[in-house]
Design a protein around this ligand. Structure first.
Ligand SMILES: NC(=O)c1ccc[n+]([C@@H]2O[C@H](COP(=O)([O-])OP(=O)(O)OC[C@H]3O[C@@H](n4cnc5c(N)ncnc54)[C@H](O)[C@@H]3O)[C@@H](O)[C@H]2O)c1
Length: 322
């Protein structure tokens, strides 16, 4: 797809981060956008940002509440698009919504594990199922599934359990790679890409915590303070001398530095993704860190989960892990 003008794009998780920036850049190119998220406020802000520049006559930006892990809500999202965008077809589907957390079979509950897995994997799978009939009706279509570097490397450092997110992101990558041929055989006018970002500066750390805990506040609950102590101890940090207020501060700093000290912004990431779609690249690595990690894992797969691999990776790409 060389040009987005006049097309209709569906974006999941359009409220913040890369979803928001995808929406802004698509609208700037004259593309209609329908986004979903689980809260209305963030989407209202994305819509406002999209509309800062005067929209071309008739261009539509619509917002819809839907949890991507629940099929009925995705179906309602689809039906609202058909009505509010006056269409029976879409051209672009960005399965972008995702959260982290819940990564241990020991220290997290099954519910937490499955929440991450069902959003990160289920959301992509159900998104494709729900919107495929509308893509089939378009003259050309493109599905963009967001995985991660954790779709080919199942770690964020040796001190953190990361099974739910990694399992989901590997699934997204495998599914999308196999989907290419299913589309080639059955709907050759539709292409697909898997997106694998490295560290991108977004609010995913605090958003994930809020969704996982059900605690909307910026401050950790007592249970979250305990869980944070456990995580830090897993990383070899003695938390006994730390007060609860110290733990609050560490968690807030971590979320802030993840967002503000990343090697790439969400806007730059969205541009890489959209350029990749235009170039019809099925494999979109986002960020130098993702490119380097991909090379390293391929070069020495047996060493990928050793301390030496991590140390030299951190030195080369400048990551702070955990
Ligand atoms: N930021 C990174 O470093 C990074 C790296 C690799 C992959 N990713 C992936 O990129 C995607 C976008 O992440 P981001 O960093 O922009 O995070 P973000 O938290 O800024 O944006 C994700 C959005 O998805 C929404 N969302 C969460 N659960 C949802 C659900 N069940 N239904 C609908 N919407 C939901 C959130 O409310 C949020 O608005 C995610 O899939 C994430 O896993 C991010």
């Amino acid at each position: 797809m060389k040009d987005f003008a006049g097309k209709i794009a569906v974006i999941t998780g359009g409220g913040t981060g890369m979803g928001r920036e995808l929406a802004r850049q698509l609208v700037a190119e004259g593309c209609n956008v329908a986004m979903c998220d689980i809260t209305a406020d963030a989407m209202a802000e994305t819509k406002r940002l999209c509309e800062v520049e005067k929209l071309p006559q008739g261009l539509r930006v619509t917002t819809h509440i839907a949890d991507v892990s629940i099929e009925d809500q995705l179906k309602r999202f689809r039906d609202e698009i058909i009505e509010q965008q006056s269409t029976d077809r879409i051209h672009l589907l960005f399965n972008n919504a995702g959260i982290g957390g819940g990564g241990s079979l020991f220290t997290n509950t099954r519910e937490q594990w499955e929440r991450t897995f069902n959003i990160c994997w289920g959301g992509v799978y159900l998104g494709v199922r729900t919107f495929l009939p509308l893509l089939v009706k378009a003259d050309e279509g493109h599905i963009v599934n967001t995985s991660s570097v954790n779709g080919f490397w199942a770690s964020v450092g040796l001190g953190v359990s990361h099974t739910a997110y990694s399992a989901a992101k590997f699934a997204v990558k495998g599914f999308t790679e196999a989907l290419m041929n299913d589309l080639r055989l059955n709907a050759p006018h539709i292409k697909c890409s898997v997106v694998m970002p490295g560290h991108i500066g977004t609010s995913i750390v605090s958003n994930s915590r809020k969704i996982q805990s059900g605690n909307e506040s910026e401050r950790l609950s007592d249970n979250e303070i305990l869980a944070t102590r456990r995580r830090l101890e897993g990383m070899g940090i003695d938390t006994a001398p730390m007060s609860d207020e110290d733990i609050q501060q560490i968690a807030a700093d971590r979320a802030r530095s993840f967002r503000d000290e990343a090697p790439m912004t969400a806007a730059a990431a969205a541009k890489v993704i959209l350029d990749g779609v235009k170039a019809e690249r099925w494999r979109i690595l986002v960020g130098d860190d993702a490119v380097k990690l991909d090379e390293r894992v391929r070069l020495t797969p047996e060493r990928a989960y050793t301390a030496e691999f991590l140390q030299s990776l951190v030195q080369e790409v400048g990551w702070r892990l955990g």
